[in-house]
Design a protein around this ligand. Structure first.
Ligand SMILES: Cc1cc2nc3c(=O)[nH]c(=O)nc-3n(C[C@H](O)[C@H](O)[C@H](O)COP(=O)(O)O)c2cc1C
Length: 164
C-alpha cells in the first residue's frame, strides 16, 4: 500500500509557522489531476486570507461553542474553500477524489491536513464573506503538523465486504 495512505492522519494541531505557497499550489495541482465524471472537473478553490479565516473560525465558535475545527481554522496557515461549479450528478464524488488526492500529496511532502466538512454549517455566512456563487462542498486546512496521532480505527475488511 502507498505509505501516504498508511501514514496520513487528520491533523487538528498545527504550528503557527507559515508554509511555502508553492507547496500549497503543488497540493492543489495534485487535486486537479483527480478523475471526474465526464472529465468535467467540477472543483473550484478559494484560498482565503487571515481576516476571512478568523471570521469563519469566530462564527463557528459563536454558533456552536468552542470546538476543535474552529481552533484548526484559526491556527492553520492555509484554509482552502472547495466549491462545486454546478449540479451535475456525480460532482460530489469527483470532488471527493480531488480532496483525497490533495490529502495524500500533502502527506507526501510532510504537511498536515484536515478535511473540514462542517464548514457547510456556516455556508451562508461564508457566502457573505467571499461572495462566490458556487456550492461550498468542504474546506481543507493545510499546515505544519504539531501532533502525531495514532491511526484512528477502521472496520476490518471482512466487516465491510460481502461475496455474493
Ligand atoms: C467528508 C469529511 C468531512 C470531515 N469534516 C471534518 C470536520 O469538519 N472537522 C474535523 O475535525 N474533521 C473532519 N473530518 C475528518 C474525519 O473526522 C476523519 O477523517 C476521521 O475521523 C478518520 O480519521 P483520520 O482522517 O485521522 O484517519 C472529515 C472527513 C471527511 C471525509
Amino acid at each position: 500500500m502507498l505509505k501516504e495512505i498508511q501514514n496520513r492522519r487528520s491533523i487538528r494541531n498545527y504550528k503557527k509557522n507559515i508554509i511555502d505557497k508553492q507547496d500549497v499550489l503543488d497540493i492543489l495541482t495534485a487535486g486537479i489531476k483527480a478523475p471526474s465524471a465526464k472529465n468535467n472537473q467540477p472543483w473550484r478553490f478559494v484560498i482565503v486570507n487571515d481576516e476571512i479565516k478568523n471570521k469563519i473560525s469566530n462564527k463557528m465558535v459563536e454558533l456552536y461553542g468552542p470546538n476543535k475545527t474552529a481552533e484548526v481554522i484559526e491556527k492553520v496557515p492555509y484554509l482552502i474553500l472547495i466549491y462545486n461549479k454546478d449540479n451535475e450528478y456525480f460532482n460530489h464524488l469527483s470532488i471527493g477524489a480531488c480532496i483525497e488526492n490533495m490529502l495524500l500529496e500533502a502527506e507526501s511532502i510532510g504537511l498536515g491536513t484536515l478535511w473540514i466538512g462542517y464548514i457547510k454549517k456556516i455556508e451562508d455566512y461564508v457566502k457573505e464573506l467571499v461572495n462566490i456563487d458556487y456550492e461550498l462542498v468542504s474546506a481543507l486546512a493545510i499546515g505544519i503538523k504539531n501532533e502525531n496521532p495514532v491511526a484512528r480505527p477502521r472496520l476490518n475488511l471482512e466487516e465491510v465486504l460481502i461475496y455474493k
